[in-house]
Ligand binder design. Structure first.
Ligand code: UFG
Length: 325
């Protein structure tokens, strides 16, 4: 199978491309390299540098390569930034996604996997959160992903598209070769590890009066290789119909618990500083992934926080300056 991976030079994209290639698939990566890195593109993948805002470039990719399926990672993806710049998120994520969907439909490509998000669950009635939970997007970012999910619903009905919407909780960890390198970095685990590497003085903790075990936000950290595997399972199951899955490990850890685990792994004291709450943050997000486990036999290989952080630490030690070294 030949798979077009948008955002394949980014964090989750690069690891998914690696897993696809290991599974024997052919991969074309489409990325504007605004957040992605050339060095994060697997050498056996073909890289097309381009922007999804440009229909002619996307059309050319479908015309030139015999694409069977699309996995769409490329998007703006920071909850906090989307609260400050809603037009960027509602504009780019929605129109770029629409361009891609229209172009692939015009070229007869009928299989699509959307990188969606746990930010659809701003006010969950039940935790762990399964796929029947009511949708309350927590930010313009979450809303943009929900709009794309709704587009997929209608394109299935009208165009025969088969899709999977995969709602990630907190992607974490690294494969041996590919890891997390954003600029600027805003995510908890890489920032904690930058403190351990001596690149930052401390980690700010965004709020400690949430209704959680220790007052700090609780998240479900799921290993990026396990996430990548879920894409491959979903892709192979599309023939049997469209589907939506929540992807997490099913366990929640507070910000303080993550920092404590990182202290043990790195041997660094990792100083903290208490700060105000970050707009758009929800107290607790924990996934129920029973549906994908039961329907597709998804198994998480990395299901303890210690190992997840350890894989990230190994990657950060080997790439202290990210992909730029
Ligand atoms: N945090 C801190 N200090 C920091 C960075 C983060 O206390 O310097 C806290 C955040 O407030 C949050 C937790 O650590 O409570 C995790 O924050 P991340 O920024 O690592 O991740 P988020 O949970 O905000 O967001 C991630 C993805 C989003 C996705 C969301 C879904 O980045 O794309 O999970 O839950 F939408």
């Amino acid at each position: 199978m030949s798979v077009l991976v948008t955002g394949g030079a980014g964090y989750i994209g690069s690891v998914t491309v690696e897993q696809l290639i290991q599974a024997g698939e052919q991969v074309v990566v489409f990325d504007n390299l605004s957040q992605g890195h050339k060095k994060a593109v697997h050498p056996n993948a073909t890289l097309v540098e381009g922007d999804l805002s440009d229909r002619t470039v996307i059309d050319a990719v479908f015309a030139e390569h015999n694409i069977d399926a699309v996995i769409h990672f490329a998007a703006r993806s920071l909850v906090g930034q989307s609260m400050e710049c809603p037009f960027l998120y509602l504009g780019d994520n929605v129109t770029n996604g629409l361009n891609l969907l229209e172009s692939m439909t015009d070229h007869g490509v009928k299989k699509f996997i959307l990188s969606s998000t746990a930010n659809l669950f701003d006010d969950p009635e039940n935790i762990p959160i399964d796929e029947t939970e009511r949708i309350v997007p927590g930010s313009p970012y979450g809303e943009s992903k929900y709009i794309l999910e709704r587009m997929l619903y209608w394109l299935e009905k009208t165009q025969g598209l088969k899709y999977a919407a995969l709602r990630y909780f907190n992607a974490a960890g690294a494969s041996e070769r590919f890891g997390e390198n954003h600029d600027p970095e805003t995510h908890l685990i890489p920032i904690v590890l930058q403190v351990a590497l001596g690149q930052r003085d401390h980690i700010p903790i965004f709020g400690d009066d949430y209704e959680t075990v220790d007052g700090t936000c609780v998240r479900d950290y799921v290993h990026v290789v396990d996430l990548a595997q879920a894409h491959i399972l979903a892709l192979n199951a599309l023939g049997q119909g469209s589907r939506t899955y929540n992807l997490g490990s099913g366990q929640g850890f507070s910000v303080k618990q993550v920092i404590e685990a990182a202290r043990k792994i790195t041997g660094h004291p990792i100083p903290t500083e208490m700060g105000p709450k970050r707009p758009g943050d929800v107290a607790t997000l924990i996934a129920s992934s029973d549906k994908i486990r039961n329907e597709l036999g998804w198994k998480t290989k990395y299901d303890d926080l210690h190992t997840i952080i350890e894989t990230a630490w190994n990657w950060h030690k080997a790439h202290p300056n990210g992909y730029e070294d």
